[in-house]
Design a protein around this ligand. Structure first.
Ligand SMILES: N[C@@H](CCC(=O)N[C@@H](CS)C(=O)NCC(=O)O)C(=O)O
Length: 213
């Protein structure tokens, strides 16, 4: 099997795909995308992904390529039979939380982290950052409340819903998230990090802020 994941270490969206591949025990290799020098907007990249986004998975065995972390996660489930719910209801619940994460959590956490860390200081839009932090805080509360009395987002084992929701939450750069303020999220992140195949984003994918310093 030849699975190539186009990714870079700073991308929480790519991390969801990379961690799903790793935790499912599939063989895969990372292909570095030089995002900060505009590679994802290049003609060559957009010819493969008109959305101009990372991650992208290429399955050379099946001459198939796919983008959107949630769709790639679904493909990982299809290939491995792992990281999903046990019943149709659980699998729908997994989808519900992946959609929630993509809309309410990662879609805010990614850009907020970008604005606060990867833009030159003089260009950081403080009003936008403050607005996003408010939205993010509401999302952290939703997740923390949901995890009260639960080990996993859905059912009794880790699924792609957990992996989607954690996409940005292990990164060290500040973006208005302090896991110690959300005890259920904190315990869940520790639990997830103890699962076979777990690795930190900067250990799993090439590229990190240190490389660009
Ligand atoms: N919903 C997409 C989001 C992907 C995404 O926004 N990726 C970022 C990198 S983390 C990107 O490529 N952004 C480029 C842009 O927004 O122009 C997913 O889950 O894959």
């Amino acid at each position: 099997m030849t699975l190539k994941l186009y990714c870079f270490g700073e991308s929480g969206n790519a991390y969801k795909a990379a961690l799903s591949l790793n935790m499912a025990g599939l063989e895969w290799e990372p292909v570095y995308v030089d995002f900060f020098n505009g590679e994802a907007r290049s003609e060559e990249y957009r010819a493969l992904n008109v959305m101009g986004e990372v991650p992208m998975l290429i399955d050379t065995d099946h001459d198939y390529h796919l983008t959107q972390s949630g769709a790639i996660q679904d493909y990982v489930v299809h290939l491995s039979g792992k990281l999903t719910g046990k019943t149709p209801e659980e699998r729908r619940e997994v989808l519900r939380w992946v959609l929630w994460d993509n809309h309410k959590l990662s879609s805010m956490a990614g850009p907020t982290r970008f604005l606060m860390n990867f833009l030159p200081e003089a260009k950081r839009p403080q009003e936008v950052i403050a607005f996003n932090k408010g939205r993010l805080n509401a999302a952290y509360k939703v997740l923390d409340e949901h995890l009260e009395g639960r080990e996993w987002v859905v059912g009794d084992h880790a699924t792609i819903a957990d992996i989607s929701c954690c996409g940005y939450l292990y990164y060290p750069e500040p973006f208005g998230f302090d896991r110690k303020e959300f005890p259920n999220i904190d315990a869940w992140l520790t639990r997830l990090s103890e699962q076979p195949g777990w690795a930190h984003p900067y250990d799993l994918m090439p590229g990190s802020p240190a490389d660009r310093a």
